[in-house]
Design a protein around this ligand. Structure first.
Ligand code: 5GP
Ligand code: ZN
Length: 113
């Protein structure tokens, strides 16, 4: 199986990494939708939120904590930011390796389009 984000997590494709540990990698989105647009992904392949199970609970939690840390490192925590996980067609998912978007650096609108 060839997966863009698996390749990126292994360093086979270049990305602008802002955080990584043994389970998680966070890097800048190639097509940013805000001044800071970071993707936080597990190194392990999980296709969509639908494919996560109870064994992944800690890992899913760590994605949020990694995003929190990146937000602090980028000095956007106080102003605020948005975390988004798109799932499948109606969610607007285009890369089928689970990822958390961290959007920051400008006010976000609600409801989303
Ligand atoms: P999704 O639409 O699946 O929620 O988000 C996928 C995101 O991956 C998009 O925001 C898109 O710009 C980003 N993306 C797609 N290909 C690449 C790539 O090769 N490198 C990086 N850094 N981001 C990518
Ligand atoms: Zn993958």
């Amino acid at each position: 199986m060839s997966c863009l984000f698996c390749m990126l997590a292994k360093g086979e494709i270049h990305s602008d990494i802002v955080f990584e540990d043994d389970e998680i990698i966070a890097f800048r989105d190639i097509n940013p939708q805000a001044p800071h647009h970071i993707l936080v992904i597990p190194r392990r392949h999980i296709a969509t939120v639908n494919d996560a199970n109870s064994e992944d609970a800690a890992l899913i939690g760590k994605l949020t904590l990694a995003a929190q840390r990146v937000a602090k490192d980028l000095s956007v925590a106080e102003d605020g930011y948005r975390l988004v996980m798109n799932c499948n067609d109606h969610g607007g998912q285009t890369v089928f390796h689970l990822h958390l978007h961290l959007l920051a650096g400008r006010p976000m609108h609600w409801p989303p389009g």
